[in-house]
Design a protein around this ligand. Structure first.
Ligand code: BGC
Length: 421
């Protein structure tokens, strides 16, 4: 090569590497800060699919984890950050909380990206109701979870000759049998949101969907103060007799671990519990079983995790748009929800590769939506606004811990709900 050519080649090479570096630098500047409460093993694994996807698209992921199911802790941190003028790019959020934040005028308008991704036609109305505020998409839903499930240790059920309990009496009979065998019948963590998660199911099995709607969604004082509600509290007190002595304050995933390792027979928990079983290498149908909470088949008490997007400066918008688009991408919806334990939020994705529990989740949601029995979970912010939800948490937890008789709890519930509205 002649000198001039060598010189030209070297110049071109360094220009190319400069361009590369420049590109990398521009990419490195794209960042999303994501606040969430997915801190258990299964949850973190599911979230990693989103993190990796963003990073593959050149967007830096800054994780802001705040532990605590139901998101109470996360919402406290979020409030202080927004108040300080430092909102994250996106925050995991449930139901009515999205509406509350939208009302404050701090959420971004995602209508363009929603139109491109066909969100209107593919995301069920029951979910859009929470993702949209005054006709504007303000959050990207990632899944459909539900709370009315029980998670069962199969080996223990086989050993004790137990099969799926189909109603309350059969549930009690199964719990009695496990307790008599010397194991913990019910794995539970005594935290208000977990107590309330059980309450969702007990209200549904005791009163049925119409009662659930009237009491927990319409907040009808007559339903809240009814004999049916008294029976609900009696049943909650009965369930309390099946937990172990150390239940107080235990995290939900540690309760799942008790079922996984054969210490306990079952857990009443949303289908994020499946994520823990899978993460422990357990298989549905072989190691564990997923049943609808006895007597609630045909109904679904749902919650949908959404990423609400905050208004951010112009230079962060691109990354935010990429995040919103990624969440609704059909292939991502399947990959993520397989690990998370939930059903995809989009109805146009191929769910044939989900495991048996996942298939059941999808079919149950579809059936419930058609029958009008797809009802928002109180425990997870989809039945009533936070103030009412928290007021109910207080009564449910106090009653579960024996501070109120079922009669007193029923009266307190009416008073608490009235006071919180
Ligand atoms: C969320 C789930 C989460 C669970 C436990 C619920 O409120 O919707 O996604 O796995 O809390 O952290």
């Amino acid at each position: 090569m002649k000198f001039a050519n060598v010189f030209a080649a070297a110049l071109m090479a360094s220009a190319a590497s400069l361009a590369l570096a420049g590109g990398a630098m521009a990419q490195a500047k794209e960042e999303v800060q994501v606040l969430h409460w997915w801190t258990s093993g299964g949850e973190a694994k599911a979230l990693a699919t989103l993190k990796d996807k963003m990073q593959a698209e050149g967007v830096t992921w800054t994780d802001v984890p705040v532990a605590g199911g139901g998101g109470e802790g996360a919402m406290t941190v979020l409030r202080s950050r927004v108040t300080a003028g430092d909102p994250p790019t996106a925050s995991q959020m449930l139901g009515f909380d999205i509406q509350d934040w939208a009302e404050q005028g701090v959420l971004a308008n995602l209508n363009d990206i929603a139109a491109k991704g066909n969100w209107d036609a593919t995301i069920p109305q029951a979910i859009q109701k929470f993702s949209k505020y005054q006709d504007q998409w303000v959050a990207a839903p990632v899944n459909i979870h539900s709370t009315n499930w029980i998670w069962v240790n199969k080996a223990m059920f086989d050993e004790l000759g137990l099969s799926e309990p189909k109603d309350w009496d059969e549930l009690v009979a199964a719990l009695d049998k496990i307790k008599a065998s010397g194991k913990t019948a019910l794995a539970h963590g005594g935290q208000p949101w977990q107590d309330a998660t059980i309450f969702d199911s007990v209200v549904m099995t005791t009163g049925g969907p119409e009662f659930y709607q009237k009491a927990l969604i319409d907040l009808d004082p007559e339903a809240l103060g009814s004999d049916t509600m008294k029976t609900v509290f009696e049943r909650m007190a009965k369930l309390r007799t099946y937990v172990d002595d150390n239940f107080s304050g235990r995290d939900w995933n540690l309760a799942s671990a008790m079922v996984i390792n054969g210490e306990a027979g079952m857990q009443i928990m949303g289908d994020w519990a499946k994520g823990e079983f899978l993460n422990a290498g357990k298989e549905p149908g072989k190691d564990f079983l997923c049943y609808r909470f006895p007597g609630t088949q045909g109904t679904v008490t749902f919650n949908t995790d959404q990423f609400a997007m905050f208004k951010v400066g112009d230079n962060a918008q691109d990354a935010q748009t990429k995040l919103a688009a990624a969440i609704e991408e059909p292939a991502f919806q399947v990959a993520f929800n397989k690990i998370k334990g939930s059903a995809p939020t989009r109805t146009d994705v191929d769910t044939s590769s989900l495991d048996a529990c996942g298939q059941k989740a999808v079919a149950d949601v579809k059936e419930a939506a058609e029958k009008g029995t797809l009802l928002g979970s109180l425990a997870h912010g989809h039945a009533a606004r936070a103030a009412v939800k928290n007021a109910m948490y207080d009564v449910v937890t106090a009653a579960f811990n024996g501070e109120y008789t079922p009669d007193q709890a029923t009266t307190e519930l009416v008073t608490a709900v009235a006071g919180a509205q």
